[in-house]
Design a protein around this ligand. Structure first.
Ligand code: OAD
Length: 243
């Protein structure tokens, strides 16, 4: 049984949290690496890469429409709520970087949030520089087009082979940098530690002197990098950890 004693959250502590699909599992959203490389029976590269979109944009839109539908019917769980309460407590001494695109952290109340892999309910133009916009619409038949330039619209998701928004990475790096001279806790939850650059944040934080804590159902790829590992469900462990 893992040690569930609360984190020491004394005055001045700063917390950088990193979450992955495991944190949304208890809300009913399936994680990525349970399906033999398949998402809803599609090969990942067919539905989540620029090449897949170029080959068959309507398949990609059907896939993301199903994911929008599924996520819209899900609600935050106690793990999300615990992270929102932690932000309310720490204010600017807290930052949440998530690999999840489902919007459940924001729904729970987190605002100091970096959605590293984009957002399921945001769309952008594949052709012009119109800013990304909130979009809950579903596209099972026609491919949606940009009303400004006529190019295909696409989900605002970081696909395989694409790079993360440099502004998002800079926000995370700045938070780590500003933590020098303070106690920093890096807390990862529900992530398999195989997709970079998120998986490398633990090492970056360690080099900056952080204590590193992991909450996960099972030991992930980068488990050795953590000072403290708590095996369990985030919905049960996170509320206990923030006592
Ligand atoms: P994964 O599906 O790779 O890993 C989820 C992790 O959560 C696994 O290690 C599970 O053991 C753990 N887990 C499952 N249920 C849990 C629970 N209730 N509590 C705690 N842990 C639990 O998901 P990610 O690490 O998020 O990228 O995957 C990273 C990225 O790979 C995703 O953001 C996605 C994918 O490619 C994009 O879509 C760009």
């Amino acid at each position: 049984m893992s040690d569930l004693s609360p984190l020491r959250l004394d005055d001045g502590v700063r917390v950088l949290a990193l979450t992955g699909a495991g944190v949304s599992a208890e809300s009913g959203i399936p994680t990525f690496r349970d399906g033999n490389g398949l998402w809803e029976s599609h090969r990942v590269e067919d539905v989540a890469s620029p090449e897949g979109f170029a080959r068959d944009p309507s398949l990609v839109w059907r896939f993301y429409s199903l994911r929008r539908e599924a996520a819209a019917s899900c609600a935050p769980n106690p793990g999300h709520r615990a992270l929102a309460e932690l932000e309310a407590r720490l204010g600017e001494r807290f930052l949440l970087a998530t690999q999840n695109v489902d919007g459940l952290h924001r729904a729970a109340g987190n605002e100091r949030l970096v959605e590293m892999h984009g957002n399921l309910f945001t769309t952008r133009c594949s052709g012009c520089d119109r800013p990304p916009f909130r979009d809950e619409s579903l596209h099972f038949d026609a491919i949606p087009r940009c009303e400004r330039c006529g190019a295909m619209l696409r989900p605002h998701i970081v696909w395989f082979g694409e790079t993360l928004d440099p502004a998002d990475l800079a926000r995370i790096e700045d938070f780590i940098h500003e933590s020098r001279g303070h106690r920093l806790v890096f807390l990862a939850a529900g992530t398999s530690g195989v997709v970079y650059p998120a998986a490398g944040l633990v090492e970056v934080c360690k080099r900056a002197g952080a204590e590193t804590v992991l909450v996960n159902l099972e030991a992930p790829a980068n488990v050795r990098a953590f000072d403290r590992v708590i095996e369990g469900r985030s919905g049960a462990v996170l509320p206990a950890l923030f006592g």
